[in-house]
Design a protein around this ligand. Structure first.
Ligand code: CMP
Length: 157
């Protein structure tokens, strides 16, 4: 099974709402491993690269302006099939439509102020992690919990 890394951004509204700890706690409890974390302002260039697929959308300009209002907390999380797993924990784009139990479903009411971004594919994850993190800012480490979280077979595949 594929070990994956996903980029996660807690957006300016998540920082303003005091939800950093709640979000980290949900990923930790799930069994995902934090392999990188930083608080930063995103530059115009970083945002243009991050949201390249949305560059022609009508909300692009507002989205970029919103993402620059306050710092973001960027993270990289690792686990077997971490990308689709994290997408489920995050919930669908609009906070109003997101499933209860998901981060957006439990805490968000907006489509733009939807608290958090998570990578949607392995290609996106690679690109997004590279926009934020240098190689020396990402960490490989074992935890004693790995053996409890996954079966031996899953860990060796
Ligand atoms: P995210 O998962 O970061 O991917 C693109 C972001 O654009 C999305 O979350 C929202 O914050 C924002 N977005 C998507 N659709 C709309 C929309 N219709 N209006 C405003 N913002 C949007």
């Amino acid at each position: 099974m594929a070990m994956q890394r996903s980029a996660v951004l807690v957006k300016p509204d998540g920082l303003q709402r005091g939800l950093i700890g709640e979000i980290i706690s949900r990923f930790e409890r799930k069994g995902l491993k934090l392999v990188g974390m930083k608080m930063t302002y995103l530059s115009d260039d970083q945002l243009s690269r991050w949201y390249v697929e949305h560059k022609d959308k009508p909300f692009f300009k507002d989205l970029k302006a919103f993402m620059k209002t306050h710092p973001v907390v960027a993270m990289a999380w690792e686990g077997i099939e971490a990308i689709p797993t994290i997408r489920k924990l995050v919930g669908s784009t609009s906070g109003r439509e997101a499933e209860g139990g998901s981060i957006r479903g439990d805490f968000a009411m907006s489509k733009q102020h939807n608290l958090i971004h998570a990578s949607s594919s392995e290609g996106d994850a690679e690109r997004e992690i590279e926009i934020i993190f240098g190689k020396d800012e990402l960490f490989n480490y074992e935890t004693v919990l790995d053996a409890a979280i996954y079966s031996e077979k899953e860990r060796s595949e």
